[in-house]
Write a new protein. Structure first.
Lengths: 276, 285
């Protein structure tokens, strides 16, 4: 009986993994099929695997420049993550150690997660237009920073709380200022949580879509929006093999990060949800 | 007192950023919500009072979108919690022995919802999609997954499949962190596994359950990306979520005042819900 239940656990696990990841698995399989095979054989087997779809994407850079979209996403997500960390770390330290803003700023940021950001989309569009930030990487990086602030701030406030205040006091007696203490004492100690926050913030920023759709048109289009251009550009006659390869390339960076840094992701998601 | 001044300096950049990116847009929202304004008259909105709200509240499409989002969020949240709870408890022994198994389970949450929507265009395509292919193979026929009758259920299934892993992670962590002594002490009274779950484990997991329920309700209520990329307002307007409604009013119909008024109503609902949940979660169990 025990053995049967143990075996059943593996079966349920396998089914769960397959069902939850179904869209990625089907897309991955399709991306290795030729157009002819896709039309004939929509099943999950590949008769004649080919890399032609992937080479074809890079050959059509004049109409659909995936390298441009990927580098936009990379730069925007990296900048957005960096901004969020740079704003949140000093703020977290100031809030925890000096009790400044803990009562109003912290809840204001954390509760932002409960607000559908689309309600700010319209004025932000107009502000960006006035400031010349429409369709710029910097503009979208600022949005990604905004999207990530609630999570990053919660994680860093929790991390700073774990740092013993005696360390600060000892350094202060030695004559160190608040910023020196933050950078030399606190920063190294919160580095693990900083790493976890960075991984998740980067993934969320990479996956952002709504503001990319509204605020970019050409120069700063992120890959989530770019991939949807590919579909609308090809109208009714989507070439599914190439489309599948486009989707795989667009989702590979966060997917690989997630696979290798799952501990970081697990830690930051759990801490962010329960303590937030 | 200089240290406290340092504290103010440290929170200043974040505060300034939020004033600029949230408070200022909110102020603009408040003005546009009571104005007649279009792309041509952005800098000279004409105040008209509560007219926009009246238009929104009398618009059948607005209520349709609200109802769609509400049904969608309730169904998806409940399904995710039940599914995740069952998986977390049943798979707990495996996940405790092989923690890396969490990685493939969490993978769906790493994919951009917009891309998931695009992927399902392929997966559900009537000629080249794998799902219709196997439906025909097994039953001889395949439903039209994105037709007006089934689009709601298809979207709800897609959303549930993508975010159950998030609920699973949080609920599994909460389940694992129930102290062994608590279980041992409770076991002395000889409860069955269901009693153990209902009387001991679930009450101890209450904060995690509330957090997951709240986060997932809000996120699925404001769902946009995967719906937009998979069906748009599609299927005869049958998949207009509240976010899609606002987007269309602004960018397709140039009804800025109406779009903003609808946004403000959404904000009020989100805020009311937040207050409610905060009260509820602070109440002792």
């Amino acid at each position: 009986m025990r053995r049967i239940v143990a075996a059943l656990r593996w079966v349920v696990l396998a089914i769960a993994i397959a069902a939850l990841n179904a869209p990625v698995i089907v897309t991955l399989i399709t991306s290795f099929k030729s157009d002819a095979e896709i039309a004939e054989n929509p099943s999950l087997t590949i008769e004649h695997p080919t890399l032609a779809n992937y080479t074809r994407i890079f050959a059509m850079a004049d109409r659909f420049d995936i390298v441009h979209y990927l580098s936009n996403s990379l730069i925007e997500a990296a900048l957005g993550t960096l901004f969020a960390l740079a704003l949140a770390l000093p703020a977290a330290y100031g809030m925890v150690r000096f009790r400044v803003g803990l009562a109003w700023l912290f809840p204001a940021v954390v509760n932002q997660r409960a607000i559908p950001l689309i309600i700010f989309a319209i004025p932000i569009y107009l502000m960006f237009q006035a400031a010349g930030l429409l369709d710029t990487r910097l503009g979208l990086a600022l949005i990604m920073c905004l999207v990530n602030l609630p999570l990053v701030l919660v994680l860093l406030v929790n991390a700073v709380r774990e740092v013993p205040a005696e360390l600060d006091e000892a350094a202060r007696i030695d004559g160190a200022g608040s910023w020196a203490i933050l950078l030399r004492i606190v920063l190294p100690l919160v580095r693990p949580m900083l790493a976890s926050a960075t991984v998740l913030a980067f993934i969320y920023a990479w996956n952002e879509f709504l503001f990319g759709l509204i605020l970019t048109t050409r120069a700063a289009v992120p890959v989530t929006v770019g991939a949807s251009f590919f579909f609308s550009a090809s109208g009714g006659g989507v070439r599914w093999g190439v489309a599948a390869a486009v989707m795989m390339l667009s989702t590979l960076p966060p997917l690989l990060l997630g696979l290798f840094a799952y501990r970081h992701i697990g830690r930051s998601l759990t801490a962010g949800a329960v303590k937030g | 007192m200089t240290a406290r001044a340092d504290g103010w300096v440290m929170i200043a950049p974040l505060t300034a950023f939020l004033l600029l990116m949230l408070a200022l847009p909110f102020a603009v929202d408040c003005i546009y919500a009571i104005s007649r304004v279009s792309f041509e008259t952005l800098r000279a909105p004409r105040i008209v009072g509560l007219q926009n709200f009246a238009i929104v509240l009398r618009d059948g499409e607005f209520w349709g979108a609200m109802l769609f989002s509400l049904r969608f969020a309730l169904l998806v949240t409940a399904a995710e919690i039940l599914l995740a709870l069952a998986l977390a408890i049943f798979l707990a022994p495996l996940l405790a022995r092989f923690p890396w198994l969490m990685a493939p389970l969490l993978l769906p949450t790493m994919v951009a919802p917009a891309l998931v929507g695009l992927m399902y265009r392929l997966v559900l395509h009537e000629f080249v999609g794998a799902v219709p292919y196997y439906f025909v193979l097994l039953t001889g026929d395949s439903p039209s997954f994105l037709g007006p009758d089934s689009a709601f259920w298809t979207l709800a299934t897609i959303e549930t499949l993508q975010w159950t892993p998030f609920a699973l992670l949080i609920l599994y962590t909460a389940y694992q962190s129930i102290p062994t002594e608590v279980r041992e002490a409770a076991a002395l009274d000889g409860p069955g596994p269901w009693q153990m779950l209902r009387l001991i484990e679930l009450p101890l997991m209450r904060p995690a359950l509330l957090a997951v329920g709240f986060i997932r309700f809000i996120d699925s209520f404001r769902v946009f990306d995967n719906v937009y990329t998979l069906t748009g307002a599609g299927a005869g307007g049958s998949t207009t979520t509240i976010s899609i409604y606002i987007y269309e009013a602004f960018f397709r119909r140039n009804d800025i005042g109406v779009a903003v008024a609808a946004s403000m109503i959404l904000l009020a609902v989100a805020f009311a819900l937040l207050t409610l949940v905060l009260r509820w979660s602070e109440r002792p169990a």
